[in-house]
Ligand binder design. Structure first.
Ligand SMILES: O=C(O)c1cc(=O)[nH]c(=O)n1[C@@H]1O[C@H](COP(=O)(O)O)[C@@H](O)[C@H]1O
Length: 285
């Protein structure tokens, strides 16, 4: 498939092939220490490239978390560039977790950095924050569409603090998170009408830890749902049905530390990711 095939279509193929699990590459200093690595750029590089070697052939999506690389300055960012390039080469889609959000004119610069073909930091998709207004994301949505890339918009995040903002309701009783999901749904409907397919390229982020009683309606989204929170944040595979109900076929269950803690040996990392992948396959069929 060419790089300009819509992200949603590429993701649907990858999930059909490898299952929906997304694994994060989060080089926490504590994990570097646990792997017996030095807390410097050499340790970062060894950690990240080992994770790519072990995981990029196994899962549909790898999600490097940018901050852990940025913490080492320009040499850390150079490692991130390698992670993106090598993971994609090994057949994984790369979702770069940067959670960007800014006024539209600056958002255009972020879009150029992360979503335009040929940029060293362009993977397949990025995480974005809609809390400067969903409309401020327009340059990213346009760049994603033009470059066969995707965006995942934060809706109801996995952390307990998120609710104060995301569950606030407007005068009609609709929550902020629901307004984000609805705006993403509208965008996917437009895109799918234009290019065809069944899965749009505008995803949302909904934590696997959230209380299903939050009543988020994901039925019209027609896009992927990134669901972080499995493992270290307490959510389990068994929770996924309860949290997502009929939207489950569009969910990408996501975990980082719970897989990475099995390193540094590649076979042990692979065994760990296969166990999670298989347990997800059992509940998703
Ligand atoms: O956008 C994300 O990836 C994200 C959104 C969210 O609501 N919660 C959340 O944990 N994340 C990210 O997902 C990863 C979770 O890591 P673990 O808790 O180690 O599985 C981290 O990189 C978080 O930054």
């Amino acid at each position: 498939m060419s790089a300009l095939t819509p992200f949603g279509a590429r993701l649907a193929d990858a999930v059909a092939d490898r299952g929906p699990l997304c694994v994060g590459i989060d080089p926490h200093p504590a994990l570097l220490r646990a792997w017996g690595l030095t807390e410097d750029v050499a340790g970062l590089e060894r950690f990240a490239m080992t994770a790519v070697t072990a995981l990029a052939g196994e899962v549909a999506v790898l999600k490097p978390q940018s901050a852990f690389f940025e913490a080492y300055g320009s040499r850390g960012v150079a490692v991130l560039e390698r992670v993106i390039a090598e993971a994609r080469q090994a057949g994984a889609l790369v979702l770069l977790d940067v959670k960007r959000g800014d006024i539209g004119s600056t958002m255009a610069a972020y879009a150029a950095a992360y979503l335009v073909e040929g940029s060293p930091l362009a993977g397949d998709a990025v995480t974005v924050s809609p809390y400067l207004g969903f409309g401020s994301l327009e340059p990213a949505l346009l760049a994603a569409r033009a470059n066969g890339r995707g965006v995942f918009v934060l809706a109801m995040t996995s952390n307990p603090e998120g609710g104060a903002v995301q569950r606030a309701v407007d005068t009609g009783g609709r929550s902020v998170a629901q307004a984000v999901v609805d705006a993403a749904a509208e965008r996917n409907a437009e895109d799918l009408e234009e290019v065809g397919g069944t899965l749009g390229s505008v995803g949302v982020v909904v934590g696997a830890t959230i209380d299903p009683a939050a009543g988020l309606d994901l039925s019209r989204l027609a896009g992927p749902i990134l669901a972080p929170g499995l493992g270290a944040q307490g959510a389990t595979v068994a929770d996924l049905h309860r949290v997502f109900g009929p939207a489950l076929p569009r969910v990408l269950p996501t975990t980082s530390r719970d897989v990475l803690r099995h390193g540094p040996e590649v076979p042990a990392l692979r065994d760990a990711v296969r166990r999670v992948r298989d347990s997800i396959a059992e509940i998703t069929g």
